[in-house]
Design a protein around this ligand. Structure first.
Ligand code: FPP
Ligand code: MG
Length: 297
């Protein structure tokens, strides 16, 4: 992961504008799931490292823009770039990282450039779907699934496909693995928003519902409530919840065993991911799935 970070630094130094580096100094490094995945499939090579660095740049750019859209003040336990340096800086830094990533992609084999640029279009559409779904109280699980597929799973799927191409393995099977892992990953993220605390999450807990995001657990909760309960839940949508309201929601989650039901769904997608690559018996890829389900941040 250090080699990837070094390459990202090299890319950014080439831009020759100090504020870019200063702002990025403030950003806490992420888990680099997409790179770990790609390398676990492809093995190490110079080309693989370059692809990883561009994917991480794109991922980081998307988070900078996402924090502006979600008006998030915290990311990975530190102030988000928009809250530390202002929206205009965060917006432009996102554009710079994203454009530099595309410049680097244009230097690569077109196969990789095609897969990744297509993924970025979809992830942007996914974010737009998220924004639009947040306008109203969405109870349609299919719409939620399509949104998280585009917003999150597509770039993970693309990473897995690039890894497979590099290794001369079946792109379709590994794409299926990445897609299902990505869906499970976002579902876990949505469950942790409810289950986690600010310290481990690095962002406030139960923020999704306030932001208008009716995630999988809330969809299941809504389905399980009677008319009175449905009304009650809807009345809390997009509001700054007080302690009593949070207790009411958490009690309903417990009584109806909603988080358990949501985790069963995550495990279903995790199983699909592992099944897709069963014949390759790659233990590292199985471990990535397991670590992702067990994570608490
Ligand atoms: C996090 O979702 C957001 C994403 C995974 C994708 C964001 C994509 C864009 C903003 C499109 C623009 C793309 C580029 C490359 C400039 P979340 O809000 O559910 O997760 P969080 O809790 O980590 O914020
Ligand atoms: Mg967000």
């Amino acid at each position: 992961m250090q080699v990837i970070d070094d390459l990202i630094q090299k890319f950014l130094k080439e831009l020759n504008y100090q504020p870019i580096l200063e702002m990025l100094l403030h950003v806490k490094s992420g888990k680099k799931l997409r790179s770990k995945l790609l390398l676990a499939i492809s093995g190490e090579s110079k080309e693989a490292i370059s692809i990883c660095a561009t994917i991480e740049l794109i991922h980081l750019a998307s988070l900078l823009h996402d924090d502006i859209i979600d008006e998030s003040e915290l990311r990975r336990g530190v102030k988000s770039v928009n809250s530390e340096f202002g929206t205009k800086n965060a917006l432009m830094l996102g554009d710079i990282l994203y454009s530099k990533a595309f410049y680097e992609l244009s230097q690569m084999n077109t196969q990789f450039a095609n897969i990744i640029s297509d993924a970025v279009v979809k992830l942007s559409i996914g974010e737009l779907m998220d924004v639009n779904l947040s306008q109203d109280f969405n109870t349609d699980k299919d719409k939620y699934l399509s949104m998280i597929y585009n917003k999150t799973a597509v770039l993970i799927e693309a990473s897995a496909r690039c890894g497979a191409i590099l290794a001369g393995l079946d792109e379709k099977s590994f794409g299926e693995y990445g897609k299902n892992l990505g869906l499970a990953f976002q579902m876990i993220d949505d469950i942790l928003d409810i289950k986690g605390d600010e310290k481990t999450l690095g962002k406030p807990s139960m923020a999704d519902f306030k932001e208008g995001k009716v995630t999988l657990p809330y969809i299941y909760l809504f389905e399980s409530l009677d008319e009175e309960g449905k009304k009650q839940l809807k009345s809390m949508f997009k509001k700054d919840l007080n302690e009593q309201e949070k207790i009411w929601i958490n009690t309903q989650f417990k009584e109806k065993e909603i988080l358990e039901k949501s985790i069963l769904e995550v495990k279903e997608y995790a199983k699909r991911a592992i099944d897709a690559i069963e014949e390759y018996s790659n233990q590292k890829l199985k471990d990535i799935v397991k670590a992702m389900i067990d994570r608490n941040f």
